[in-house]
Structure formats: C-alpha cells, structure tokens
Design a protein around this ligand. Structure first.
Ligand code: ATP
Ligand code: MG
Ligand code: MG
Ligand code: MG
Length: 469
C-alpha cells in the first residue's frame, strides 16, 4: 500500500522530473487577497502571477497546498463526517503553467500521472469537459483513448472557472474515479451524480480568456494551466478504500481518538470520530499559521470548528478535554511534511486545552436545554430560532453547532428566526445604550464591545473571493 506521504512525494517528484519547480505550501492565511478567508485552492498563492501583477517563480511549478474550505463560497464544513470525500482541511496537489504549456500537455501530464505513475485502471476513470470545449474532448480521446461516453460534456459552471467578475477564466476538465457498483451514484452529469460512486479526483483548469464584468472580452495571449488533485481522495483510491476517513492518515487519527476517549468508532460514534479527526487537522493547522480563536473573522471560524469537535468529544463521553491529547498523533502523521506543526505543537495543545476546558463549562447545560426544547420534536420538525439564539448567546453555541447537534435526528433549525432574534437583540442593546444619555462616544464603545464580546461574526459569508481551481 502506498502511504499518503508516499503519494505526495510521488506527485512532486513526477512534476519535478517534468521540469516543474516544486514550491512549498503557502500559509493558510492568504497574503495576497484580503477578501479571502483562507487559502482554499493550490492556485491562490499564484493569483497575482496569473493576472500578471507578479512575475512567476518559474514557467512551470508544482505544489502540495494545504487548503481550508470551512466558510465563504466553498464551505464544506456541513459535509464533513457525512460524505466519503469532504474534509475541512485537505491538501491540493497541483501543477501550474504560467503562460508555458497548455491544454494538450496538461492532459498528457495528468493522464501519465494517474495511469503510469500511480498505475490506476483506465477503465475506472472518466472525465468531464465544458460542453463547448471540443479541443479538450479531442485531446482526451487522442491521449487517453477514452471512449466518447466517458468524455462527458457538462454545460454548468462546474466546468467553467473564473477568478472573479474580472480576470482570467476558462473551461475546466475533471477526472473521476469509479468506486464501483456497490456504491450508490451515477456518473457526472447523470440524474444521480450526487452519490459517492463516481468521485472527482482531479480538476484541470484551462485559463484561456479574459473577462470583464462577467463577459469574455478577449483571449489571453499566453494561456495558463492550473490543476488541483485532492491528496486524500487519490490516497483513498490508491489504498483501495472508499472514504477519505479510511486512509492511513485518518485511521491513525481515529485510532488516537478511540484510545484517548475510550470509545470505539462503532455505530453512531463513528461519525463523531471522523468529525474529530478532520477538525483536529484544520484547527491545528490554522493555529500553526497564527489564527487564534476569537469572536470575529478567521478566529471565529476557527472557534466554530473547535467547538463542533468538542461537542463530538462530549458525545463520545470523554471525561476530560480530548482534542489537545490528539495533537501528538497528528504531528506523527504530518509533521515531517509540515514542519510548522511540530514547531507550534506546544501552542496548539495549549490553545485547544484552554478552549475545551472553557467550553465544557457551558456545553453540558446548553445540551440539556437543547434536549428539553426538542423532546417533543421529531424528524422534519425544526427548532425555533429563538432557542437557537439563546444557545448561542448564553452557552456559546455557534449556529452551525446547534444544526449539527440536531442533524442525526432529522430536526432542522429556523435560521430566519435565529437571525431575527440576533437583530432584535442588537437593536435593543443599541437603543438601551442611547437611552442612557451617552451620545456619539457611546456608539464607539458599543461597537468595540460588540466586536470583543460574545456577539456574532457576519463577514465571512458575504464577500469572499473566488479561489477554486
Ligand atoms: P467536489 O465537487 O467533490 O466538491 P470541487 O469541484 O469543489 O470538488 P475543486 O474546487 O475542483 O473541488 O478542487 C480540486 C480538487 O480538490 C478536487 O478535485 C478534489 O480532489 C479536491 N477537493 C475539493 N474539495 C475537497 C474537500 N472538501 N475535501 C477533500 N478534497 C477536496
Ligand atoms: Mg466542492
Ligand atoms: Mg466538482
Ligand atoms: Mg472540481
């Protein structure tokens, strides 16, 4: 069996041997894009290169980039633990051409990587292309020899990439692996494509146009290539398993979670262990890159992830704070590839332990309230927004934690009611303050208090930039 660490190495070695410069992973907090919460694709550190603002480090590059998709446009948080393929933190293996090679060579390199280097069975691979991209379809036929019915034309945005309303854009082509008929789901573009049978492993973006205000205005004089393959997904395929949580890395983390919590990963406890293992990775990497839990911005996203993991630790019946005790296993698995982890290990453990100790003081009470309020509810019902707000305001339950807590029972949450309760409380607090006679200065104080206190953070959902491959 090829380990995840071996596969990362094999990918980078292959592209180095094909004249690509291997670049280290950039930190998760983007240095070049204030509108983006976290780096969420391998191309993000190269955005300014693709737009011509920065000179490329080399004509061709490759990397394994840590990515977080837990907020904003690409939010996979709710999927984690429940699909076979989504993680909040994953590594994106990518190769890039900055005005150097284009479509044909990109397809040739990708096909060589999956079928020759990794030795995957060609009969279980299929690809998609953008419906008008005859060129890409032609190269897939010529290079891979795939039959027409496994070169699937897709007309949706899934196969058209754009950096934003203005900037480079172009069609993309995705490579899928067929996990076999035992798993439900159909090929991409079919009515049952949402199943987990056909899993996207690699996305190739052909940047060939320039757009302004969402309209293509010209062709790029020197088109570029941006690709991304999920390391954990390709490891899943290589290790002959179906879910990313069954790969070597996650087996080790789940084993540590079983060991330290004293609960086996069986029955409904299995999902809790998966969530814990995933959230351990994202929270640890975020802390190592300088993000600390807080009530706004990046820190609030981190806190939401942490608290969600901590509720699952509680569900497992862990008597003591759990998360910080799993960090050594993570460092063991990933510390060599990511030296920032062992470097920040003491800090990561301290932050996790402090947050979990604090949160456990109200978690119990909050969960009891939630139980009482939902005792008479069943599948298809929803929790009043007022109650979700009380859990948030009094017990520090981020909204999505309440949602996650009710998910297994099929109970939803009244989001509009939650938002209304939040708005009402803010308005009332402001009015009360104004009523006290304080004028303009009071407003400033109130804003600071609101930022630093236990109130909400709303910025991440609205303005996030595009960083998808
Ligand atoms: P999906 O459709 O499965 O959600 P995507 O099209 O959103 O994937 P891309 O933006 O194309 O993903 O990212 C490139 C690659 O990164 C994907 O082909 C996949 O292998 C991997 N990837 C994307 N999101 C995740 C995730 N949440 N967890 C693990 N790997 C991921
Ligand atoms: Mg996605
Ligand atoms: Mg996709
Ligand atoms: Mg994709």
């Amino acid at each position: 069996m090829q380990s995840t660490n071996d596969i990362r190495r094999a990918f980078l070695d292959y592209f180095a041997a094909n004249d690509h410069q291997v670049m280290p992973s950039a930190p998760l907090v983007p240095y070049n894009d204030p509108t983006l919460m976290f780096v969420n694709a391998g191309m993000v550190p190269f955005k300014n290169v693709f737009t011509g603002l920065e000179t490329p480090p080399a004509p061709r590059a490759a990397s394994s980039q840590k990515c977080v998709r837990a907020g904003g446009k690409h939010n996979d948080l709710d999927n984690v633990g429940y699909t076979a393929r989504h993680l909040t933190l994953f590594e994106m293996l990518g190769n890039f051409s900055f005005g150097d090679y284009f479509k044909e060579r990109a397809i040739e390199l990708a096909w060589g990587m999956v079928t020759k280097e990794l030795g995957l069975d060609k009969d279980r691979l299929c690809v998609t292309v953008y419906h008008t991209d005859d060129e890409a379809a032609g190269f897939w036929k010529k290079i891979a020899g795939l039959p027409d019915d496994r070169i699937i034309r897709i007309a949706t945005k899934d196969n058209f990439w754009a950096m934003g309303a203005d900037g480079p854009c172009g069609p993309c082509s995705e490579i899928f692996w067929d996990h076999g008929p035992a798993i439900a789901g159909g090929p991409p573009g079919s009515p049952d494509e949402d199943g987990d049978r056909f899993v996207e492993i690699w996305n190739l973006v052909f940047m060939q146009h320039l757009q302004e205000a969402d309209q293509i205005v010209s062709d790029l004089p020197r088109p570029s290539i941006d690709t991304g393959m999920g390391l954990e997904r390709i490891a899943t395929v290589m290790q002959g398993v179906h879910s990313v949580f069954e790969t070597d890395t996650f087996r080790a983390l789940i084993a540590a979670s079983e060991d330290k919590s004293g609960a086996k990963a069986e029955g409904d406890k299995a999902a809790s262990h998966r969530v814990i293992a995933d959230h351990l990775r994202s929270t640890s990497f975020l802390i190592a890159d300088g993000v600390l839990p807080s009530n706004e911005g990046r820190g609030y996203v981190l806190r939401r992830i942490m608290r969600r993991a901590m509720r699952h630790a509680h569900l497992l019946g862990a008597a003591e704070p759990l998360m910080h005790r799993l960090v050594p296993a993570l460092v063991q698995e990933m510390g060599q590839a990511y030296p920032e982890l062992p470097r920040a290990q003491a800090l990561i453990q301290e932050v996790l332990e402090r947050e979990e100790t604090r949160f456990r003081q109200t978690l119990d009470k909050g969960l009891r309230l939630l139980d009482e309020e939902t005792a008479s509810l069943g599948e298809g019902d929803s929790l009043p927004g007022e109650t979700a707000f009380k859990l948030y305001d009094t017990f520090g339950f981020p909204y999505d934690l309440t949602e996650d807590a009710l998910r297994a029972r099929g109970i939803g949450v009244d989001k509009a009611g939650f938002d209304a309760a939040m708005a009402q409380q803010k308005a009332a607090a402001r009015a009360a303050w104004k009523g006290s006679g304080a004028a303009a200065d009071g407003e400033v104080w109130f804003d600071i208090a609101e930022r630093e206190g236990a109130t909400e953070f709303t910025g991440y959902a609205s303005t996030e930039g595009e960083g998808r491959v």
